[in-house]
Ligand binder design. Structure first.
Ligand code: SAH
Ligand code: SF4
Length: 391
């Protein structure tokens, strides 16, 4: 059933529902069973292909049906409460979700858009905060508030496309470096590298991938949807089997002793088990490589010996390596490796036959880079609680 509610009208939103969810919503308003398939297809097209914001525009849906839908449901989307645009064209949006129940004040997540000449990547969040505490990650210092629903994950793309003017009838903002021209799409790639650990919210992430990649709607290619995990080994195979999304592993260290410190989840699922899960990942091949992310921390994990060990570790895995310069945040206990050190590390990896692009930091001026996202939701909640106590 629909989960997000329009605060003003108290009507649940249909945006972000799966086909099964839409069918259920239609049954709940007594739509005859023989019509359900057709109605779901109509709603799907309007909501996900056209980006409809209300039922009135759905001209091939009968007037009676449109009225009935509007009486019972909404197409309310989460609200963009703040937009920041970097000098390099990166955009960061603070998105406030509609409350899921009477007690919920509306979670806030950050979502980042990174335009490049040949692609536009949207970095989405899967949770508000994170239960894991990777020591180099700003999100890791924020307690988990909750999992995002499937609706809320999907809505991040819908809202982004609205902000970028990328639905029929909308115009792109004129201050944007947004890919355009024949067949170009403002958002061509999605990475689950925002806030949260996607594999701790497995079902919702899986269902969201299904909606995002549906060819009759938002139509992103599954090859261009990447789920990044810090290494939740028991869920990795399932991700391949049930979603077919591309996999990225936040490795960051080649020895258990160090990885235990950087990514404490490693104590539960050590490197050998993680690598085995990668070797077994359904659908991985030379054409569909697994990305290994490696954050460059000065004097911590950036020696030539570690680069060589990384190469050894990845033997037998169809892999790409992504070296990420550490993005500092206020109070962070690390520094980014020197450029020279990063180059040396990258050369060793490259000479072993891996393309090893160093990820260019984007949006640094607006704190939009990887691992810097941290929302104010926690504070807001504390404030709301306090206010309630004082009432
Ligand atoms: N929880 C998932 C996905 C979100 S984090 C995961 O850990 O994979 C997305 C990526 O950003 C991960 O590779 C993470 O290790 C990296 N990251 C976190 N903090 C960072 C920082 N301060 N600088 C650079 N990369 C960071
Ligand atoms: Fe969570 Fe990923 Fe940050 Fe680790 S790196 S704390 S898993 S969001």
């Amino acid at each position: 059933m629909a989960e997000n509610i329009d605060l003003n009208t108290k009507k649940p939103s249909l945006l972000g529902l799966t086909r099964a969810g839409l069918a259920e919503a239609l049954r709940a308003i007594d739509t005859p069973e023989r019509e359900i398939r057709m109605r779901v297809a109509q709603l799907w097209h309007w909501i996900y292909f056209q980006g409809a914001q209300n039922f009135d525009v759905m001209l091939n849906v009968s007037k009676v049906m449109r009225q009935k839908l509007a009486e019972n449901y909404s197409l309310t989307r989460p609200q963009v409460v703040e937009e920041q645009v970097s000098v390099d064209g990166t955009r960061k949006w603070l998105i406030r979700m509609a409350p899921v129940d009477a007690l919920d004040k509306g979670a806030e997540v950050e979502c980042v858009y990174i335009p490049e000449s040949d692609r536009g990547t949207l970095c989405v969040s899967s949770q508000v905060g994170c239960t894991l505490n990777c020591t180099f990650c700003h999100t890791g210092t924020q307690k988990l508030v909750r999992n995002l629903t499937t609706q809320e994950i999907v809505a991040q793309l819908v809202v982004a496309r609205e902000m970028l003017g990328d639905f029929p009838g909308l115009t792109p903002p004129d201050n944007g470096l947004i890919p355009s021209g024949e067949g170009a799409r403002a958002v061509s790639n999605i990475v689950f590298m925002g806030m949260g650990e996607p594999l701790y919210n497995f079902e919702n992430v899986r269902d969201a991938v299904e909606i995002l990649s549906d060819g009759d709607g938002l139509s992103l290619s599954k090859r261009r949807i990447t789920v990044s995990t810090s290494g939740v080994v028991p869920e990795i195979e399932r991700l391949g089997l049930e979603s077919g999304a591309a996999l990225a592993i936040s490795l960051h260290a080649v020895r258990d002793e160090l990885r235990n410190k950087l990514v404490p989840l490693n104590k539960k699922y050590p490197i050998s088990e993680l690598m085995q899960a990668c070797r077994d990942y359904p659908g991985a091949s030379n054409a569909r490589r697994i990305t290994f992310e490696y954050v460059m921390l000065k004097g911590v994990n950036d020696s030539p010996a570690e680069a060589r060990e990384l190469v050894r570790l990845l033997k037998g895995v169809p892999a790409k390596i992504n070296l990420i310069p550490f993005n500092p945040w206020p109070g962070a206990p690390y520094e980014c490796s020197d450029w020279e050190t990063i180059e040396k590390f990258s050369d060793i990896v490259f000479n072993a036959g891996y393309a090893s692009p160093v990820r260019t930091p984007r949006g640094r001026d607006i704190l939009a880079a990887c691992g810097q996202l941290k929302s104010e939701t926690e504070k807001l909640r504390a404030r709301a609680r306090l206010a309630a106590e004082l009432e």
